[in-house]
Design a protein around this ligand. Structure first.
Ligand SMILES: C[S@@+](CC[C@H](N)C(=O)[O-])C[C@H]1O[C@@H](n2cnc3c(N)ncnc32)[C@H](O)[C@@H]1O
Length: 231
């Protein structure tokens, strides 16, 4: 993919952004107009819906920033986080083409606390963040070819096993107060030192909030967070 140019914002875009900042309803079709057509076409399968992203961003930001979306796609969560909260949002994404589209949108809107970084779990500085968002990033490793986003990155069952184990270990080592929000599951165990907070996500299916409340390691104990059925 060529580096995308910064999208020119029209009046409909500006109204939509004002509505988001004001807490008014915004349809996914209106928000997704920020992105090129091939990205919009797959929105309902791969990107977090606006209504969920708004709620997730609020829950993530409630403990202070910075926040990271691990597997950030085209940046829908981080852009909405930047528009609707006052903390910093980073997104790490393995597919460089998506990172470039996301950064072009961030640039066009002028969001100074938001950035998209190309990378994998190797590039996440786990100590830096107070809150982590996962929109079922690892399950694509288990998809049949026809359901994958594309074939530009290695997708294998071994990678799923390795990456989910790494995330479990990183969450286990995180400090008390760390927040984890998942949508359609993490595909891994959340350590037993975290409390699930269903009262905070009531009314939004497939959204979970976990907060680390006990010091130290869980010793490998935890609760599987996932909906490994596809969507
Ligand atoms: C279901 S999409 C969610 C995108 C975004 N978080 C959202 O909510 O709109 C999952 C994304 O995670 C990315 N991803 C999966 N495993 C990754 C990894 N190990 N490192 C970086 N990105 C990853 C995929 O490329 C894909 O774009």
């Amino acid at each position: 993919m060529d580096t995308p140019s910064r999208p020119a914002l029209d009046d409909d875009h500006r109204r939509m952004l004002d509505d988001l900042r004001a807490g008014l309803p915004v349809k996914d079709s209106a928000f997704d107009r920020l992105f090129p057509e091939p990205i919009r076409r797959v929105s309902s399968r791969f990107w977090t819906p606006v209504v969920v992203a708004r709620k997730a961003a609020r829950l993530l930001a409630a403990g202070g920033g910075p926040v990271i979306d691990v597997g950030a796609g085209v940046g829908k969560l981080v852009v909405i986080g930047g528009l609707t909260t006052d903390v910093a949002f980073d997104g790490v994404e393995q597919r460089g083409g998506l990172v470039d589209v996301g950064n072009a949108v961030i640039d066009a809107i002028g969001l100074s606390r938001v950035r998209m970084l190309q990378g994998t779990l190797d590039d996440v500085d786990w100590d830096r963040y107070r809150a982590f968002y996962f929109c079922n990033p690892f399950e694509e490793n288990l998809f049949p070819e026809a359901r994958r986003f594309d074939d530009s990155v290695p997708l294998t069952e071994a990678r799923f096993v390795e990456e989910t184990a790494r995330v479990e270990a990183a969450l286990d080592a995180a400090p008390v107060g760390t927040r984890v929000v998942t949508f359609h599951g993490l595909g891994a165990r959340v350590p037993a030192t975290y409390r699930l907070c269903p009262e905070e996500t009531r009314g939004t299916a497939f959204l979970n909030l976990w907060i680390k409340e006990q010091e130290g390691s869980s010793g490998g104990e935890g609760v599987f967070d996932g909906y490994i059925v596809g969507r």
